[in-house]
Design a protein around this ligand. Structure first.
Ligand code: 5GP
Length: 140
């Protein structure tokens, strides 16, 4: 497996070198909206410590990311009046991973509404900002 690249796009977001629509942060995890959401409220949860994916992450960091994913899923149910939540996590290119800093996808779902295809649609800044506020309010 290749080694962790500190210049991947999520590492830059974690360092504050690139902007993001932040939803949640603590000392070990960071969550922000996917800019190409597969459904409204699609959120990504990352460990702050460098990890390429599930194959090299520290198990305690992975456990913490999943705790935060649960919080985000519960908030997403409220914030988006969702009927369900899809949780996804991809590892290496063959496993569907595109950005190589470990992340968990939390996607609010409604019955009968299919997910948009990956990277098929870029949401507008106004909508993303409003959705981040909705999720933060539901987390409070
Ligand atoms: P994965 O690596 O799990 O396949 O997915 C990477 C995810 O990152 C995709 O859902 C994609 O839409 C999202 N993504 C790619 N570039 C950016 C970016 O610059 N900012 C944000 N917030 N999301 C991104």
């Amino acid at each position: 497996m290749p080694s962790y690249d500190p210049n991947n796009i999520f590492a830059k977001i974690l360092r504050g070198e690139l902007p993001s629509y932040k939803v949640y942060e603590d000392d070990k995890a960071f969550a922000f909206l996917d800019i190409m959401p597969r459904a409204p409220g699609h959120t990504l949860i990352l460990p702050k410590a460098p990890a390429r994916n599930i194959l090299d992450v520290n198990p305690d960091d992975l456990a913490h990311v999943m705790k935060v994913a649960q919080k985000i899923a519960q908030a997403a149910m409220k914030a988006f009046d969702a009927e369900g939540v899809t949780v996804q996590q991809f590892n290496e290119a063959a496993g569907g991973q595109v950005v190589f800093h470990l992340h968990v996808h939390v996607i609010p779902r409604h019955a009968g509404v299919s997910l948009k295809a990956p990277a098929s649609f870029k949401e507008t800044p106004d909508v993303l900002a409003a959705h981040a506020e909705r999720l933060k309010a539901a987390l409070a």
